[in-house]
Ligand binder design. Sequence first.
Ligand SMILES: Cc1cc2nc3c(=O)[nH]c(=O)nc-3n(C[C@H](O)[C@H](O)[C@H](O)COP(=O)(O)O)c2cc1C
Length: 112
Amino acid sequence: MPRWRQELTKSLHQSRSMPESRYFQLASVGLSGEPFCRTVVYRGLTDDNHLIIISDTRSEKFTQLMHNANAQVCWYFSKTREQYRFSTRANIKTLEHDEAFVQSYWEKLSDA
Ligand SMILES: Cc1cc2nc3c(=O)[nH]c(=O)nc-3n(C[C@H](O)[C@H](O)[C@H](O)COP(=O)(O)O)c2cc1C
């Protein structure tokens, strides 16, 4: 297991009483090269160390990340005063391309 995953798991555990600790900022690159940043909810980690985010194919982030997979995540844990920054590449899964994966996470979402 990579060290960052061990540290992140520890931070999440230490901040488990604070629901806002499960939000982080996801930045992508706009179609003209400009930065875009927004808040998203942490939905877990895959076995191969990808952060999971659930979104909508109608959103700008979907269009942007399909066009340019470069992304950055910035995540601050106020309780432990730790900041994580991940420079990464998005691996997008849609219902059309990986129905079982998308369905398994969709089923975990609340109705709200
Ligand atoms: C606390 C919070 C959590 C959010 N979580 C998500 C999320 O998990 N997925 C998502 O697509 N948008 C989430 N949003 C909305 C995004 O921040 C953003 O407004 C929306 O996805 C449209 O972004 P885009 O047009 O850049 O794609 C969240 C917003 C807030 C304030």
